[in-house]
Design a protein around this ligand. Structure first.
Ligand code: GLU
Length: 310
């Protein structure tokens, strides 16, 4: 995002579930940020997570976003329609020796990792078992009788970056990571980089559950000769137990609120209040908040909610 130019950002929901209070808040704040400075907001449906994608979830997501009062520019892009592009990019990285076939199972990775992994990581660090082991995918198949995944080679411990919301981040990385799964579908890390670059996205606003992904994505931008966007990771909504808002905290899906007769204005008013942008009890449309939006007003800490909108 160059200086004062209006940003290009995106909402990137996965149709693996419904829109709930937590992701609605991140989307609302992303929308407010972009719309308050006259930027463009794109919509990308991240529907490549095979078994987790639910029939009808995309339609439900779009309906919920509209109901809440959020819009986007242009037509939605679907990752499932771009599989050929991802695989070309992976082939290029393999050909350049920047990635390699890996036949390790998750269990093997866990067993091979000597020390218990640190809590900042979302996966066990890869011990490097398949590095320099196979010439190519066919060789890996022939040697092991398994269908290989593809891992990206990481030769650094960290890629530090400045988060627009959180400030300086050391950007630690837990070793070589998967960019193509054994079903030949792209891993999230690869698809998101390829798509953000292709769509000209220069501002990524998302939940801080994805903080550990960002340094990996920055390495992919470098390897692919692409300009990385700027990132802002916002704290998540958490339940009264301090854990990320989830089903066990009760049904906070927008659908459930709608069916119980709650208005979108009440939900937006609540989300604004817990985001430092409005008084408790407000009844608001997203457009009512355009003047009051400021990143600095958003609390740094995770917001605790019981889901009762009070
Ligand atoms: N599709 C991802 C999710 O729903 C978001 C990816 C991103 O914003 O980079 O968690």
């Amino acid at each position: 995002m160059a200086g004062s130019e209006a940003p290009v950002s995106r909402l990137a929901p996965s149709p693996t579930g419904v829109l709930h209070l937590g992701n609605a808040r991140t989307f609302l704040l992303n929308w407010l940020w972009v719309r308050s400075v006259g930027g463009r907001l794109l919509l990308r449906i991240e529907d490549i997570d095979g078994p987790r994608v639910k029939v009808g979830a995309e339609e439900a997501l779009l309906e919920d976003l509209h109901w809440l009062g959020l819009d986007w520019d242009g037509v939605p892009v679907r990752q499932s329609e771009r599989l050929g592009t991802y695989s070309t990019v992976v082939d290029g990285l393999l050909a350049r020796g920047l990635a390699y076939p890996c036949t390790c199972t998750r269990k093997e990775v866990e067993e091979a990792a000597s020390a218990p992994h640190e809590s900042w990581q979302d996966a066990t660090p890869y011990p490097g078992t398949c590095r320099d082991r196979f010439c190519d995918l066919a060789h890996a198949r022939a040697e092991t009788g398994r269908e290989p995944a593809v891992r990206f080679r990481v030769d650094v411990d960290a890629v530090a970056y400045d988060d627009l919301f959180r400030g300086a981040d050391p950007g630690r990385i837990g070793g070589d990571f998967v960019i193509e799964k054994r079903d030949r579908g792209p891993a999230y890390q690869l698809a998101v980089v390829v798509d953000d670059a292709a769509q000209g996205v220069d501002l990524v606003v998302r939940g801080d559950d994805l903080v550990t992904s960002t340094p990996r994505q920055l390495l992919l931008y470098r390897a692919l000769g692409l300009t990385a966007p700027r990132f802002a990771h916002l704290p998540l909504l958490v339940g009264p137990d301090g854990k990320r808002l989830a089903k066990r905290h009760g049904d906070t899906s927008l659908k459930a609120y709608r069916e119980a007769g709650t208005t979108p204005e009440k939900i937006v008013g609540y989300l604004a209040a817990v985001s430092g942008l409005g008084e408790p009890g407000g009844r608001l449309r997203p457009t009512d908040l355009l003047d009051s939006f400021a990143l600095a007003r958003i609390p740094r800490e995770p917001v605790v909610t019981s889901g009762s909108l009070r």
